[in-house]
Structures are given as structure tokens and as C-alpha cells.
Design a protein around this ligand. Structure first.
Ligand code: ADP
Ligand code: MG
Length: 254
């Protein structure tokens, strides 16, 4: 059995009258790829933001190993965040900074690395890893959507976090590019041994590589299991979600 690296327990989050998370429970197993699926607007990104502590739940606990991050102050959170990489939905690169400076940012801010050969070497190594060698001097505006995701990914794994959270990494990409990003996530998981959490409404992608699938619906995790269990499940919402998504891709459903 894999260890649980993150435990979400009974998490609630509302915005005014708008209840988004309504008692979410979720276990993230170490070394695995966990996918959180659900319709647009169900609170997937909100859940992720709570896990990295840039948003606080109204109620509930979120453990990283045995520490509840909900109770942490700013300093403690900054410390714990060295363990957690995050790829925002739109890659969220700093547009006024070169690719190199974007990737240097967490290395300098979080690890306190200084300008020099070691830092440039680490940036070059990361760019190599994501398939963009030699792009240090480019600016985000000169890159395609897929390339920006790759730079965002390089930045997310720069400090060698234990766990990386990907918010819709393949959304807006064509199927070939989407597959190449999935392969990168597999590389991060299997070769760099990082636990991955992928938020997605791209069911085809999720079935391709997730070890575990969690369905967020109506503010709670309605189903959580392996892909074959998800595929065989009679859970009505899950069935509906799967068959709709496969229909969209023109693929067969059972
Ligand atoms: N900071 C915020 N303030 C107010 N409402 C928000 C905020 N963040 C998200 N929401 C609302 O919460 C709901 C869920 O958002 P989100 O987590 O982004 O959905 P998903 O990622 O599943 O598409 C949406 O209705 C969104 O408008
Ligand atoms: Mg989202």
C-alpha cells in the first residue's frame, strides 16, 4: 500500500451564498497520479488552491503528511510549499520575464540560490527535461500554448517538490499536444518520483495515465477508484460523465 501524502478531510468552502465544497474527503497516495475530474465550475481549482494553502477552507482539515496546513501561519506555509509544485491552469508565467527568469524565480525565492553557473545549469537542465532546450532568452509571448505549459511545468518542478498539482494541463491543447503533456506528467511521476495530482475534464487523458480517479460533484467526492473501477462503476453521475466525454471524442463507450 502506498503512503498517503495528502489527506483532505471534510473540507467546506463557500463564496457568499454560493456553496462550492461541501465536505470534501480525498486521499492522495504517494508516488501515484491521482486525477480529480468534474464539470467546469464544480470547484476543482478551488480544491487545489486549498491544498496548496493559497485559499483557506471555511471548515475542515488538509494534512500534508501529518501536518494540518489549514492551521499553518504564513511562514509555516512557505516552508511546506517547497514540497508542493503547482502548474496553474493557464501556466501563469510572468510575461515580463524571460523563460530563464521565470524558472529561476522559485529557485531564488524558495531555495535562495544565487546567480551563477549552478543556477543557469539547473535552468538548462529543466528546459532539457521538458523538451525545450536553449529557450532561455525567449519571452512567454513568443511561445505557443503548449510551450508555455512546458515552461510552467519546468517552473513547477524546479525546486524538486514531493508533489505536483496540475490544473487542467491539457485544456485548450490539440490532442497530439495534450498527449505530449501527459507524457511529461508521466515522466515527472515515474522518473522524477513525484506524486502528481491532475485536475481535468479531459476524460480520455485521465484514463490514459491516472492511477486513481476522483469525481467531484455537488461539492463532494462522489467516487474515487482505479480507472477500471471507474469504467465499470454503475455510479450514475460518473457513467454520465464518462459517456458524455467519450462521445465528444467520438470514441466507443460501453
Ligand atoms: N475567489 C473566488 N471568489 C468568488 N467565487 C469564486 C472564487 N474562486 C472560484 N469561485 C467560484 O467557485 C466556483 C468553482 O470554481 P472553480 O474551482 O474554478 O471551478 P472548476 O475549476 O471546477 O472549473 C465557480 O462558480 C467560481 O465562480
Ligand atoms: Mg478550474
Amino acid at each position: 500500500m502506498a503512503e498517503t501524502i495528502v489527506k483532505v478531510r471534510n473540507v467546506f468552502k463557500s463564496f457568499g451564498e454560493h456553496k462550492i465544497l461541501n465536505g470534501v474527503d480525498l486521499d492522495i497516495e504517494e508516488g501515484r497520479i491521482t486525477a480529480v475530474i468534474g464539470k467546469s465550475g464544480t470547484g476543482k481549482s478551488v480544491l487545489l488552491k486549498n491544498i496548496i494553502g493559497i485559499m483557506k477552507p471555511d471548515k475542515g482539515e488538509i494534512f500534508f503528511r501529518d501536518k494540518d496546513i489549514v492551521k499553518m501561519n504564513k511562514e509555516e506555509l512557505l516552508e511546506i510549499r517547497k514540497n508542493i509544485g503547482y502548474l496553474f491552469q493557464d501556466a501563469a508565467l510572468f510575461d515580463f520575464m524571460s523563460v530563464e527568469d521565470n524558472i529561476k524565480f522559485p529557485l531564488v525565492e524558495q531555495l535562495g540560490m544565487k546567480e551563477g553557473k549552478e543556477l543557469s545549469g539547473r535552468v538548462a537542465e529543466l528546459l532539457e527535461l521538458v523538451g525545450l532546450p536553449g529557450t532561455e532568452k525567449k519571452f512567454p509571448s513568443e511561445l505557443s500554448g503548449g510551450m508555455r505549459k512546458r515552461v510552467g511545468l519546468a517552473r513547477a518542478i524546479a525546486v524538486k517538490p514531493k508533489i505536483v498539482l496540475f490544473d487542467e494541463p491539457t485544456t485548450g491543447l490539440d490532442p497530439i499536444l495534450a498527449e505530449s503533456i501527459d507524457e511529461l506528467i508521466d515522466m515527472v511521476n515515474k522518473e522524477l518520483n513525484m506524486t502528481c495530482v491532475v485536475i481535468s475534464h479531459d476524460i480520455a487523458s485521465v484514463f490514459r495515465h491516472a492511477d486513481k480517479i476522483a469525481l467531484l460533484y455537488d461539492g463532494v467526492i462522489q467516487f474515487c477508484g482505479k480507472p477500471d473501477e471507474a469504467y465499470a462503476s454503475e455510479h450514475e453521475v460518473l457513467r454520465h460523465f464518462i459517456s458524455n466525454s467519450f462521445r465528444k471524442f467520438g470514441a466507443e463507450t460501453r
